[in-house]
Design a protein around this ligand. Structure first.
Ligand code: FAD
Length: 413
């Protein structure tokens, strides 16, 4: 980065969630002595977002667990400003403007603005999305016995909400436009186990249903209309149809965008050397990948927060973390490591079903490139290490669930 302010300049971080809070923490831990200001458009202490589609929906508690308690920000001299939305970046004068009329100068700016859920074209009081605590509180009220929830989209959010709704006693009908749920993320065998479990729990799964539309009755949706014109009655709708990166600020400031996100290099620096972007909003090109991409996961947000801080603190290594992700549905714990390649040749480790198993993808040199594990946490932990190490495996040993995956390295020739 140009004109580095040493370790004493003012770092302003826009967005105080998994990525932004991690960046602030890592800066202080690494010895940054200058002021750190963390700006949040939300009105509450930054909290654990994954909880919102899982336990929070079925438990009677007001808040999601905070990422850090207030004493953390005070003890680390991190100025956390809540209810403070940045409305513009003045790159020439290195300052940001907020919706309260405040202007803040910066030496380094980190954009951690996250993503926004896609919405249906129709809006109604009982059509929900799920991104923040306010969304989750509203949705939770709709998950009651006797109520029928229509979930649009069979991605991770849609499936987790379906599981929570069943646990809460609501009826669930889930619509997925494609013939297969999670086709880009999971091998068919893993999706098969997940969906079988949803059906066994009473979820009415409608795959390959094409686009659906909400049918409104005044201010409420009363049904969904299928592509063939049939209407399916419901009491509430949740749209789990993906997210778009929050790039508005960056775009208005003239920063380069790519792959739907804010383009960054291996140091997570944008097209302006004084500005980094991290987490869901950032588009980076992983080593060996031909094109930029965005990842939406806690691991990526936290690792990029750590990396952005390390860059400001003087480290020069490129960002190359092994991505991983988890989802929790009923008592099924799905964990993924590496970049998904669901249609590549796979090794099955264990027997698909309720007991744990993993699907391993090896490259031509028998190096592990991705692993999907269901109730097989030890495999997942080993997979993360093996992918990072890039060592060849013995396929027979890797596929043998009787031997720890970590011991599956091929013997040196
Ligand atoms: C319901 C749900 C469940 C999930 N479950 C999992 C899971 O099980 N596992 C997993 O790995 N990932 C999960 N994720 C994804 C994970 O939560 C995200 O990848 C992660 O939150 C990204 O962190 P972030 O800091 O980049 O962005 P975000 O968490 O989106 O935070 C961005 C913050 O920036 C604020 N902001 C935006 N614009 C401005 C502005 N102009 N001024 C000030 N503030 C601004 C936003 O209000 C927000 O608070 C889940 C996400 C959701 C919504």
């Amino acid at each position: 980065m140009d004109g580095a302010p040493g370790m004493a300049g003012h770092v302003v971080i826009v967005g105080a969630s998994h990525a932004g809070v991690q960046a602030a923490q890592s800066l202080r831990q690494g010895g940054w002595s200058g002021p750190i200001t963390l700006l949040s458009a939300e009105d509450r202490l930054p909290y654990q977002r994954p909880d919102l589609s899982k336990a929070f929906l079925t438990e009677d508690r007001p808040d999601a667990p905070p990422l850090k308690g207030l004493p953390f920000y005070e003890a680390n001299d991190i100025a956390l400003k809540l209810n403070c939305r940045v409305t513009a970046i003045d790159r020439a004068l290195r300052r940001v403007h907020t919706d309260s009329g405040e202007t803040l100068g910066y030496d380094r700016l980190i954009l951690a603005t996250g993503a926004t859920p896609r919405r249906l074209s129709a809006a109604a009081e009982n059509i929900h999305v799920l991104r923040d605590l306010t969304d989750a509180r509203a949705l939770r009220k709709a998950l009651r016995p006797g109520q029928r929830l229509a979930v649009i989209g069979g991605g991770f959010i849609g499936l987790e909400v379906a599981a929570a709704a069943r646990k809460a006693g609501a009826g669930v009908i889930l619509f997925e436009a494609a013939p297969r749920c999670l086709a880009r993320a999971l091998p068919a065998v893993a999706t098969g186990v997940l969906l079988a479990r949803h059906r066994a729990e009473g979820v009415d799964l409608r795959l390959a249903c094409g686009p659906v539309a909400a049918v409104l009755d005044g201010t409420r949706a009363r049904a969904l209309r299928l592509a063939d014109g049939r209407e399916i009655r419901c009491d509430a709708v949740v749209a789990g149809i993906g997210c778009t990166a929050e790039t508005g600020l960056a775009q208005a400031a003239g920063l380069t965008l790519a792959a739907g996100g804010i383009a960054v290099d291996a140091a997570l620096v944008t097209s302006d050397p004084a500005i980094q972007a991290i987490g869901d909003c950032a588009a980076f090109t992983p080593p060996g990948a031909g094109a930029p991409l965005r990842l939406e996961s806690i691991q990526n947000a936290a690792d990029q927060g750590r990396h952005a801080a390390a860059v400001l603190l003087g480290a020069a290594t490129p960002f190359a973390a092994v991505p991983w992700f988890w989802s929790h549905q009923y008592d099924l714990r799905l964990q993924m490591a590496g970049f998904p390649c669901p249609d590549a040749p796979a090794l099955l480790r264990g027997t698909p079903g309720e007991a744990g198993f993993s699907v391993l993808h090896l490259d031509a040199r028998h190096r592990l490139v991705s692993a999907v594990s269901l109730n097989a946490a030890a495999d997942h932990m080993a997979a993360r290490r093996l992918i990072a190490a890039g060592v060849p495996l013995d396929p027979a040993r890797a596929a043998d669930p009787g031997q720890p995956l970590l011991h599956a390295q091929a013997d040196a020739a």
